[in-house]
Unconditional design. Structure first.
Length: 150
């Protein structure tokens, strides 16, 4: 039981690295054509960028199916990936971009820092010169209020 919980936690943490890596080298790389409309907003609720939800769901679904078929650790990897996907959805789609009007008045220190970092990421409309490709781990410089000295 403890090992399964550790696998879930380790997978969740590893997914932050995978999100950073994929965002920097895949979304801002050879799959820019899917991610571009997230930086250069087009009309409509859905974006081509939403396809990444399905792309990231594939390894999770594979782990669920094979983990259940063989009653092994892959189930817990699938759970970890799913939990990260849910956290990403809540942070990115609901709290940052407010595509769903929930939690619209959240204004704690972490939320302000994550919004600052993401705003800097989105100031670049093109494929290059991006920064802050991760999601849940926010660089320290964004924790400081830009309206105060040092």
């Amino acid at each position: 039981m403890l090992l399964n919980i550790l696998i879930i936690i380790a997978t969740f943490l590893f997914m932050e690295f995978m999100a950073w890596f994929t965002h920097k080298f895949v979304m801002h790389g050879f799959l820019w054509y899917l991610h571009k409309d997230h930086h250069q907003v087009e009309p409509g609720f859905f974006e081509k960028n939403d396809a990444f939800f399905l792309i990231f769901a594939i390894p999770s679904a594979y782990c669920y199916v094979t983990g259940l078929m063989f009653a092994d650790f892959r189930l817990y990897i699938g759970i970890g990936i799913s939990l990260y996907g849910f956290a990403y959805f809540v942070i990115h789609e609901i709290i940052i971009h407010q595509r769903f009007k929930l939690f619209t008045h959240m204004n704690n220190h972490y939320v302000r820092a994550i919004r600052r970092a993401h705003k800097i990421h989105h100031k670049h409309l093109g494929k290059y010169q991006g920064e802050n490709f991760g999601m849940l781990i926010v660089p320290l410089k964004y924790w400081r209020d830009p309206n105060t000295s040092k």
